[in-house]
Every structure is written in structure tokens, then in C-alpha cells.
Design a protein around this ligand. Structure first.
Ligand SMILES: Cc1cc2nc3c(=O)[nH]c(=O)nc-3n(C[C@H](O)[C@H](O)[C@H](O)COP(=O)(O)O)c2cc1C
Length: 203
């Protein structure tokens, strides 16, 4: 099959890039600010670390720099409008927490506001900020994680109850059907293959 070269874009699934959507929380001038971020990722499992990428002029970036901390709030599909709003309006002009009726709470980091309605919340301390051009890449170490009790199954966070969604150019999409058991459904491809142990694979 012929391959066509595309313009360079950071989408991991080009054209129909699908990105997890999170709402980050910071405190700017003593007020909580919440901002939608799709350019985010897992950076390390030990210690648990994540990245977010913010454009230089974001109001929320002021709070991240000032307190060297931020929260990651994972919204469920019931918060899609609020998530979109937090990506449309700047904390410079509006009080997003009030407009979205967020129930804001705090863990042990005083300057890291968390959204109770989001099923999963991480409080992070910033360990690195890299200027990469259009965006600053912020590496955060997770120091505390909360999950809503009604989103657990057997003591573990359950995606079917959390109902996270992704952002693509045209819209937001929720997760689809379960389509395979992780670390299991690929085993039949070559029954003779020497497989890594789960300890080697995991995270
Ligand atoms: C779906 C979506 C994803 C977004 N992802 C990012 C992002 O990854 N980085 C960023 O700097 N801005 C992103 N934005 C834009 C900011 O959320 C938006 O400009 C927001 O108003 C900034 O708020 P603030 O000035 O209070 O920080 C995104 C917006 C939407 C709607």
C-alpha cells in the first residue's frame, strides 16, 4: 500500500487524534482556576508522574508557576459541558468554579483545588517545566489521589462507572465497548512466543 506524507502534527492518531480530556486546577491570586487540557500524558509509574502542556499565556500557568503544583481532575461524560466551558473561558475573566457549580475541595496541598464532581482527582507537585515552543511541558508528581466511592468496583476504579471521554477535532467521544482483556487477548497470536512477565510489562 502506498504511503502519503502528512503535515507534521503531534497527534498520536493522525487526523482523528483522540486525546484524554482532563480539567486541571490551580490557585491564581487566591482563587481556584480550572482549565481544560487535552495535551496530557503519563510520564512515569514510579514515582507516579504525569505531564500537561500549557500555552504560555494561560491564566492557569500563573498558578502552576506560583505554587509549583496543580490538580488533575478526570471528568465523566456528565460533565462534558462544564469541561468544554473550562476550555473556552479564561479565569482572567470569569469564575469558572462558580459558573460550573463545582464543589471544590482540598487534600493536603493547600493551593491545589480539586473538583468533587470529577470521579478521579490527582494532586500533583511540579518537578520540571520545559519550554518546548508553543507550550510549556509541566511534569507533575502525583502526591495524592481521590476517587468517588460510587465509581469503584471491587475496590478498584471502574472505567464503566467513571465514564471518561476523549477529545478529537470534531467532538468529544466516550469510551466504547470492552474489546479485549489486557495482557491476555494477544497471547494466542503466537503460542510459542516467549512473553515478558507481567512484572516486566506492567507500567
Ligand atoms: C478540549 C480542549 C482541550 C484543550 N487543551 C489545551 C491544552 O492541552 N493546553 C492548553 O494550553 N490549552 C488547552 N485548551 C485551551 C484552554 O483550556 C483555554 O484557553 C482556557 O480558556 C484557558 O483558561 P485559563 O486562561 O483560565 O488558564 C483546551 C481547550 C479545549 C476546549
Amino acid at each position: 500500500m502506498e504511503k502519503i506524507k502528512l503535515e507534521l502534527k503531534p497527534g498520536l492518531l493522525p487526523i482523528l487524534g483522540a486525546y484524554p480530556v482532563i480539567v486541571i486546577g490551580t490557585k491564581v491570586d487566591e482563587a481556584p482556576d480550572f482549565t481544560t487540557v487535552a495535551w496530557t500524558g503519563v510520564a512515569a509509574s514510579v514515582p507516579p508522574s504525569v505531564t500537561i502542556a500549557l500555552q504560555h499565556h494561560r491564566h492557569s500557568l500563573k498558578g502552576v508557576r506560583r505554587h509549583m503544583s496543580f490538580s488533575v481532575n478526570i471528568p465523566g461524560t456528565g460533565l462534558v459541558r462544564e469541561t468544554d466551558y473550562c476550555g473556552l473561558a479564561s479565569g482572567r475573566n470569569v469564575d469558572k468554579a462558580a459558573d460550573c457549580r463545582f464543589d471544590v475541595f482540598y487534600g493536603r496541598l493547600d493551593n491545589v483545588p480539586l473538583i468533587r464532581q470529577c470521579p478521579v482527582n490527582h494532586a500533583c507537585e511540579v518537578i520540571q517545566i520545559l519550554n518546548l515552543g508553543s507550550h510549556e511541558l509541566i511534569v507533575g508528581r502525583i502526591v495524592e489521589t481521590f476517587v468517588s466511592e460510587d465509581c469503584l468496583t471491587g475496590g478498584r476504579p471502574d472505567p464503566a462507572k467513571i465514564r471518561p471521554f476523549v477529545f478529537t477535532g470534531p467532538g468529544y467521544y466516550s469510551l466504547g465497548e470492552h474489546c479485549g482483556d489486557a495482557f491476555r487477548c494477544g497471547r494466542d497470536i503466537n503460542p510459542e512466543a516467549k512473553l515478558d512477565t507481567l512484572d516486566e510489562i506492567k507500567e
